[in-house]
Unconditional design. Structure first.
Length: 347
């Protein structure tokens, strides 16, 4: 979401750096959702979650979203062996489980198997004990925000890149979800990227959407998060999550990224609607409020400190779980950019 003075286009930015590299350190770092984005831009993280490996389709067998079992393999249920050679074979297991309503169906996996994680990495599992240990380990790490379903990109996609440290421009052709995920995951903080619009995106109904800029792409992902049944938030009590434990600001954008301005502050939200922001033995007091309005949860902060005025915007809850809370606000920089406030739990 990084852009530069006068909102130059991406190619102009590259030319500027190549011609005037000695001035690169004094360039203003602001953010513009219409132009370039970086590794930490909200849009980048949302796209990454669209293209991660889908791992929920075999939950009737492994009972976890943490990974999927790599095809092919064999399971036994009610003394019947079933070969899982394709995604369609999951229906065979489901049908077998539904044959009787009064029995306790247990799916036995024939080991060894290989499991595939969300990041496309793989692991061989040799026994039921090892499998159970892995599932238990996944449960302890279950508070990550999961894959965004019901969207798929039409490939290939061209992405232009520019490294502000090395002053090198380039272009990458992305051919599938795995390549897209690896590309985003390997981005460095100094790299700027622009997608080669228009993009063609397909929803779960097979309908296509033509996307012409970053705002359209982010809005489509937000719309899908709210409407796709596979993306329904499993945590329904926002107040309970907010008032459990302490939080830090992991991302804040208003006119430009200001995350570092709140580095070191620990936020504790109380059930009496007070909030304390502590840092190095000193504390700032404030209040918080939330309400549902037309199906949208709104959130406000009010601190007795001018240093926190920028946090006192009209926030709308974007998504949350027990360890992460993400708000989107209105627009800044003359209505061209979206405000963001992210909290991450620290205990």
């Amino acid at each position: 979401m990084v852009s530069f003075k006068k909102h130059l286009s991406f190619l102009s930015v590259v030319s500027f750096f190549l011609l005037f590299s000695c001035q690169s350190e004094i360039m203003e770092e602001s953010y513009n959702t219409q132009e370039t984005i970086t590794k930490n831009t909200p849009l980048t993280t949302y796209v990454e979650r669209v293209v991660v490996q889908k791992t929920a389709q075999d939950n009737i067998i492994d009972n976890t979203d943490c990974f999927m079992i790599k095809l092919p393999y064999v399971v036994t249920i009610n003394n019947i062996e079933i070969a899982i050679n394709s995604y369609d074979d999951y229906a065979l297991v489901k049908n077998k489980c539904n044959e009787r309503s009064n029995d306790n169906d247990v799916v036995y996996i024939h080991f060894p198997v290989t499991v595939i994680f969300n990041d496309y990495s793989e692991m061989r599992i040799d026994s039921q004990t090892d499998f159970n240990d892995l599932v238990d380990d996944c449960k302890e790490k279950s508070n990550v925000l999961l894959k965004i379903n019901c969207l798929s990109f039409n490939y290939p996609i061209t992405i232009k890149t520019y490294d502000s440290n090395k002053q090198i421009a380039g272009s990458v052709s992305i051919v599938d979800n795995k390549a897209f995920y690896v590309f985003i995951n390997n981005l460095e903080d100094s790299q700027l990227i622009t997608f080669g619009f228009p993009l063609t995106i397909i929803n779960s109904s097979g309908q296509t959407r033509i996307i012409n800029d970053n705002d359209q792409l982010e809005n489509l992902i937000k719309e899908t998060l709210n409407s796709c049944p596979e993306n329904i938030n499993t945590v329904s009590d926002f107040n309970k999550s907010l008032t459990s434990g302490s939080w830090e600001i992991s991302y804040f954008y208003h006119d430009y990224e200001r995350t570092q301005s709140y580095s070191g502050y620990v936020f504790t939200f109380k059930s009496d609607n007070t909030v304390i922001a502590s840092k190095l033995g000193s504390s700032l007091n404030g209040v918080w409020s939330t309400k549902l309005e037309d199906g949208v949860r709104k959130f406000e902060l009010d601190f007795n400190a001018n240093a926190f005025d920028d946090l006192e915007l009209n926030w709308k809850l974007f998504e949350f779980n027990n360890s992460r809370i993400r708000f989107r606000g209105g627009t800044s920089n003359s209505g061209t950019e979206t405000d963001y406030l992210y909290f991450t739990k620290i205990n």
